[in-house]
Design a protein around this ligand. Structure first.
Ligand code: NAD
Length: 424
């Protein structure tokens, strides 16, 4: 219960990142005394770390099962296949059963994509295997510097693995603007991660990954394992969706603003409906569909879906970025406030990064909010609420922000955008 996110995605990766951060700190203290703290020869027992990660996943999954039971939901463990728009066949340990129903919600998610020349298997890992390795690899090559490649690659670098990242685009996290990504690139350099951009992975054999630019001789990267993280595709095949001839949107199931597919009574939510492939979007869609099925009026009218990249430091982005605002021809004011002028950031020894606000010039309505820095994922709530409530710069500026917290950088960025900065 709980899908990719809970079982083999967001939750185990956050647990791995957490364990890796703590271990990395101890390793640092063992080589240099920082803040007066020193440590000697820290160790990690990967079997116990794995067991701890599994226990976190298990607890949450059981919690989901308990909630379903409490709500009176009948759960069948088996593989489903459509017969028609009102009937699903389910193959389970007890045999094949048939379910007739008025409404069906397709929430089958997505699966990792591999490269034809570097298929998954053996030492070529998808994120699923990379999150449950029996041993910490000596060397790891990561193909793709997107969300997954960077989150998992950074965690292993902190656990002591020699990590090389190969990215086809000209920078890491190409979906974000260069300024947001720069602190992450600097941190990877400090962690000793080798990052190769504008380079494509080509093939894998004998513990060597061949990667290179089109016009140049490829480089041979010696490595023990390869993590291929070049994106995900919707999970539609096993369901026999073709039987229904639902309208598609490329590889995704096409849905309208109520998550209705082209067939009456069939809804689709989550990764199977397209980008952004984020668990919190799927959950919000699910709530909306439940309301619709129950006869309540509901429609997808969200201003923004927050995106968080759990790299080091973290990125949070809600609403429009500078490139989108420019492309839309909106007259906007943009202001950034650096964490090096934030008391809490300075007191935690991590003052890299900044908060950025974008607002309409004429009335100050917020258009987009982004931040890069330690723990900025927690700013996603303030950012999301501000955009969803149609806040203006003045609204945030007039709100008392607790001191000392990183959220003060949001307040300060808004003051700066209004032309009355306090601390810069
Ligand atoms: P991604 O799209 O974020 O990144 C894939 C990267 O691989 C791209 O930068 C692309 O340029 C690169 N690439 C593609 N082919 C290549 C090749 N041959 N050689 C080198 N580089 C190549 O995909 P992902 O990291 O696999 O994540 C998949 C999805 O999972 C994301 O779209 C995201 O929605 C979701 N996800 C979200 C989070 C989060 O919210 N924190 C975390 C993990 C995953």
């Amino acid at each position: 219960m709980g899908g990719t996110c809970l079982n083999v995605g967001c939750i185990p990766s956050k647990a791995l990142i957490h364990a890796a951060n703590d271990f990395y700190k101890l390793r640092l203290f063992a080589t240099q005394s920082l803040m007066g703290i020193s440590a000697s020869a820290p160790g990690i027992d990967q079997a116990k770390t794995r067991a701890w990660i599994a226990s976190v996943v298990d607890g949450l999954s059981k919690g989901v099962a308990g909630l379903l039971k409490k709500a009176g939901v009948r759960c069948i463990r088996g593989e489903a296949r459509f017969r028609d728009g009102k009937t699903v066949f389910v193959k389970s340990a007890e045999g094949e059963g048939r379910i007739r129903t008025e409404a069906i919600v397709v929430a089958t998610g997505s699966e990792p994509v591999d490269l034809p020349s570097i298929p998954f298997g053996g030492d070529v890992l998808s994120s699923t295997e990379a999150l449950s390795l029996r041993e910490i690899p000596g060397r790891l090559a990561v193909v793709g510097a997107g969300y997954i490649g960077l989150e998992i690659g950074t965690a292993y670098a902190k656990l002591g693995t020699e990590v090389t990242i190969v990215e086809a685009a000209d920078r890491i996290l190409p979906q974000y603007d260069a300024a947001l990504v720069a602190p992450i690139q600097r941190r990877l350099d400090r962690l000793g991660v080798r990052v190769m951009t504008s380079v494509k992975a080509q093939s894998w054999s004998n513990r060597s990954l061949l990667a290179g630019r089109a016009s140049e001789r490829p480089t041979l990267i010696s490595t023990d394992k390869v993590l291929v993280a070049v994106g995900r595709r919707p999970h539609t095949k096993s369901l026999d969706l073709a039987t229904l001839r639902l309208a598609m949107n490329g590889p995704f199931v096409r849905v309208d603003d109520r998550c209705r597919t082209s067939m009456r009574g069939i809804f689709a939510i989550g990764d199977v409906t397209g980008e952004p492939m984020l668990a919190h979007r799927a959950m919000a869609q699910g709530e909306m569909v439940a309301d619709t099925v129950a006869g309540q009026p509901a429609i997808w009218d969200k201003i923004a879906v927050p995106a968080v990249c759990f790299t080091d430091p973290e990125i949070v982005a809600v609403g429009q970025g500078p490139e989108q605002v420019k492309a839309a021809g909106i007259d906007a004011v943009v202001a950034e406030f650096p964490f090096r002028a934030n008391g809490r950031a300075l007191a935690s020894e991590r003052d890299d990064g900044f908060v950025r606000v974008l607002a309409r010039k004429d009335d100050g309505v917020l258009l987009g909010l982004q931040a890069v820095g330690e723990s900025v994922s927690e700013l996603s709530a303030a950012f999301g609420s501000a955009l969803e409530m149609g806040a203006r710069l003045e609204d945030v500026a007039a709100t008392v922000h607790a001191h000392p917290t990183r959220s003060e950088a949001f307040h300060e960025a808004c003051l700066k955008a209004l032309g009355r900065p306090l601390h810069t």
